[in-house]
Design a protein around this ligand. Structure first.
Ligand code: ADP
Length: 448
């Protein structure tokens, strides 16, 4: 069975406790063996000094050996000469050290008696004699046992503390996540203006909350745009329908002659025409939004295309006695969808004619920019557009002067379509205009 707790808090605590256990165990073992090594090292050094003292005394005057016993306080030693014991302290005999095995060489070794006390013995041998000294190491062993006990009891205590501390700490650290989750659960389409709390924008949770808030803001924007779009579209569709209905009701109520009925049908068809245009434009924009715009790609002679579009609309300009000029540089080519591009250009020229007063001038110019891009420019001597509106006129249903646009047949979708057409052909639309100074609209297509 694999132990894998569900909550991050429990997992963090477990990991923390596991790592701490490993560290505390390793550290405790390190301390124990270091202390043990140091204590025995000191003891062995003392034995070495004792051995020197006994050996020196024995060399100088064997009869004085007992003095080493009493003066230097060396209680446990034995001198063996040619295989026979020459001197033994009382302590040596009473501790039963005669039965202890002699450590080989100069190394010290421990020996425990059956009754309990434990001794550390060190020996120095030469051809004719052997000296052994010993010291009681029971106190040292007791100290080591106490140390081991303290460590063994301390480790579980430290681990228990680590688990409790880790659990509390994890709770504190993870608290913002819980708050964020609670708040996020309460956010619905109706409350997209709510935001997650950001306690500290610089830490990881703060950055997560900020990123989430940013996503919420963008969602709210698109939701708002969609809502506005739906409201505008419904309004745009309702107006012709209302007009048709009132014209129809009047015709039903009054008995008209055939010419009167023809007029009614004519004005109804006009409204149907308007409805059709709105629906087609909306369809095109929706397709372009979802990337389902059918787009061909071929090398197009842009000048010729713009000239044809202008000729198509010349009759409208003539009606307003406007001058419509086309200045197309030869051989400006671009790779694009000609039908879509034509739609964009027609929208620009149509706007220019619509918003420029009688006897004004409209110029369509096609040129290659220094950057290598192809540009189709439509300039007019109309009322111009204040800079504050330059970005917004490309939004759907945005009109500078709604009443006037409506009377001239505008629905506020022409420029939105031009922009999506340009973008579908990897290009862009720009506007340069000031109020009262005419306008220049430019479709820019990338160089091939
Ligand atoms: P519409 O169908 O109302 O013309 P558009 O999207 O084509 O919608 O244009 C949006 C708005 O931008 C128009 O309502 C108009 O106020 C303004 N506009 C567009 N072209 C021109 C122009 N050449 N001169 C002045 N205003 C313009």
């Amino acid at each position: 069975m694999r132990l894998r707790p569900r909550s991050v808090r429990a997992r963090l605590t477990l990991w923390h406790a596991a790592v701490l256990t490993a560290v505390v165990c390793a550290f405790s073992m390190g301390i124990f063996f270091f202390v043990r090594f140091r204590l025995f090292d000191d003891l062995d050094a003392r034995l070495g000094r004792d051995l020197d003292t006994v050996e020196r005394t024995w060399r100088e005057d064997a009869g004085e050996l007992w003095e080493a016993d009493s003066r230097a306080g060396i209680k446990l030693f034995e001198v063996v000469e040619t295989g026979k014991p020459a001197y033994r302290t009382d302590g040596w005999t009473s501790a039963g050290l005669g039965a202890a095995p002699q450590p080989p060489g100069a190394a010290a070794s421990s020996w425990s008696t059956a009754s309990g006390p434990s001794f550390r013995i060190r020996t120095a041998s030469s051809a004719d004699h052997r000296i052994s000294v010993a010291v009681d190491e029971s106190a040292l062993r007791r100290t080591l046992r106490t140390l081991a006990l303290v460590l063994a009891l301390g480790i579980p205590g430290a681990i228990a503390l680590a688990i409790a501390g880790g659990y509390l700490l994890a709770a504190r650290v993870l608290a913002p996540v819980g708050t964020m989750a609670d708040r996020a659960l309460r956010i619905t389409a109706e409350s997209l203006d709510e935001r997650l709390p950001v306690e500290n924008g610089a830490d990881e949770f703060g950055r997560l909350a900020a990123a989430f808030n940013d996503t919420l803001r963008r969602l709210q924007d698109s939701f708002e745009r969609l809502r506005r779009f739906t409201a505008d579209a419904s309004h745009e569709l309702r107006t012709p329908l209302t007009a048709m209905r009132s014209v129809g009701e009047v015709a039903l109520h009054d008995s008209l002659d055939p010419a009167g009925y023809r007029d009614v049908i004519g004005s109804m068809l006009e409204e149907v025409e308007r409805l059709t245009r709105v629906v087609e434009s909306l369809l095109m924009l929706t397709r372009s939004d979802s990337g389902r715009l059918q787009r061909s790609s071929e090398v197009v002679e842009v000048g010729a295309l713009a000239a044809r579009a202008a000729e198509h609309l010349r009759v409208l300009a003539d009606e307003k006695e406007q001058t419509l000029r086309v200045a197309a540089a030869a051989a400006v080519q671009a790779r694009c969808d000609p039908a879509l591009l034509r739609q964009g250009v027609v929208n620009l020229i149509d706007n220019a004619i619509k918003y420029t007063p009688r006897k004004g001038t409209i110029e369509v110019a096609v040129k290659r920019l220094p950057s290598g891009e192809a540009a189709i420019e439509v300039s007019d001597t109309g009322p111009g557009i204040p800079p504050a509106h330059h970005e917004r006129i490309f939004e759907r249903f945005h009109r500078l002067d709604a009443a006037r646009s409506r009377s001239s047949g505008g629905m506020g979708l022409g420029l939105a379509i031009t922009r999506s057409v340009a973008e579908a052909n990897r290009g862009r639309v720009e506007v340069e205009s000031e109020e009262g100074r005419g306008s220049v609209f430019r479709i820019v297509l990338p160089a091939d």
